[in-house]
Structures are given as structure tokens and as C-alpha cells.
Design a protein around this ligand. Structure first.
Ligand code: GSH
Length: 214
């Protein structure tokens, strides 16, 4: 399999963590340089018309896109260790945390959105940074409250084993750190992040450890 990723992409970071947790090493990786517009190159757009990373090319030539779909594919094709709990209500909780990040926070602060604010709407850098901070705070505030009050939260977002929820939380926190967001209002998120990063599967997936890191 070939993974299309970029060291700073938090969606690709999710897939790197999942692959590491499953003990799967892709045979090849293509680094799509998002800052240099690699996602809009003709050959990449022909492969993935969305022009986003990650994507996963399987050995039989079929291609998967969307980080959560890729991770659910990995979960179904390689069930051990599980990234979702067995109980249906618990699974829904883990998916809800994951989707809070993947659907309600991440898309608003994605590179193309920030570029559009500056390049097309004419926002200043300060306004762009305010936008970024606002949507992180709205999302993290709700997530912090939900995790802090729920007995289902353990060492990780759900109990004491890493799940899809942690796979989504850690890259989003790393992204927020890069934008100098004050994380002190979110002690539960920070505690979970540090428990995750103590695991090699998470630590090895970090942007700074990728071959294309700059
Ligand atoms: N929902 C998608 C989001 C993918 C996505 O937005 N990837 C970003 C990097 S984190 C990207 O490729 N951005 C390119 C751009 O904004 O031009 C997923 O989970 O895979």
C-alpha cells in the first residue's frame, strides 16, 4: 500500500497513528507538499479530485480517501488491536468525539479555508488568526466539558486504551500548538494528549518525525 501524506497534515497524522497502532507499515509514501500546492498538481487531482491528503492506494489499485474512512477500513481489515469499543453505545461515543474534531473543528481551520480568507475575502493575518482561534476554542471548550464530566473518560478519551477518538484529538492539539493557542483551559485534553504521546504509535506519527518534515 502507498500512503499519500504531508508531515503537517493533521488528517494524514490520524492515519499515520492508526497504521502504527495496527502495526502496518505502508510499502511506499508519497509526500504531497501542501504549502507548494502539490495537492493541486494535475497528477494528484487525477488521482484524488478532492485535492486533499491523506489518501491510501491499496495493492489492488483501489484508492481510499478521507482519513476516517481509511481508518475504519483499517479497523475492519485488521481488527486487532481494536480502535473502536465493542459496545454500540461506546462506539457511538468514540465516533462522536472523533466527528466533533473531524467535521466540526478541522474543516473550518483547514489550509484552503485560511488561504481563502486571506486571498479571496481579503482578511488580514490578524483576522485569519482570530478565525482560527475562535473555532478551536468553540470546539475544544465543548470537548473539554464533555470529556471532563463523563465517567467513560479514562486515561484516554474512552477508557484506558487508545481509540479513534484519541487518534483525532492528538493531531488537532498539535495543530493548535503550532498556532500558539493557549491550551490551559483544556486540562483534560492536554492530559489525554500526553498519555497518547507516551505511546510509540503516537510519538512516531508526529509531524517532526516524518521524512518530509521541514
Ligand atoms: N475530511 C478530510 C480532510 C482532509 C484535509 O482537509 N486535508 C488537508 C490537510 S489536513 C489538506 O489536504 N489540505 C489541502 C488544502 O487545504 O489545500 C479527511 O479527514 O481526510
Amino acid at each position: 500500500m502507498r500512503l499519500y501524506d504531508y508531515f503537517r497534515s493533521s488528517a494524514a497524522y490520524r492515519v499515520r497513528i492508526a497504521l502504527n497502532l495496527k502495526g502496518i507499515t505502508p510499502d511506499a509514501r508519497t509526500h504531497v507538499h501542501l504549502r507548494k500546492g502539490g495537492q493541486r498538481a494535475q497528477d494528484y487531482l487525477a488521482f484524488n479530485p478532492q485535492g486533499l491528503v491523506p489518501a491510501l492506494l491499496l495493492d489492488d489499485g483501489r484508492a481510499l480517501t478521507q482519513s476516517l474512512a481509511i481508518i475504519e477500513y483499517l479497523e475492519e481489515a485488521h481488527p486487532e488491536p481494536p480502535l473502536l469499543p465493542r459496545d454500540p453505545v461506546d462506539r457511538a461515543r468514540v465516533r462522536a468525539i472523533s466527528l466533533q474534531i473531524a467535521c466540526d473543528i478541522h474543516p473550518l481551520d483547514n489550509l484552503r479555508v485560511l488561504n481563502y480568507l486571506i486571498g479571496t475575502i481579503g482578511a488580514s493575518r490578524e483576522q485569519k488568526d482570530d478565525w482560527y482561534r475562535h473555532w478551536i476554542d468553540v470546539g475544544f471548550d465543548a470537548l473539554e466539558k464533555m470529556l471532563a464530566r463523563d465517567r467513560a473518560t479514562g486515561r484516554f478519551c474512552h477508557g484506558d486504551a487508545a481509540t479513534l477518538a484519541d487518534i483525532c484529538v492528538v493531531p488537532q492539539l498539535a495543530n493548535a500548538r503550532r498556532f500558539d493557542i493557549d491550551l490551559s483551559p483544556y486540562p483534560t485534553l492536554v492530559r489525554i494528549e500526553s498519555a497518547c504521546n507516551a505511546l510509540p504509535a503516537f510519538a512516531d506519527a508526529a509531524p517532526a518525525r516524518q521524512p518530509d518534515a521541514e
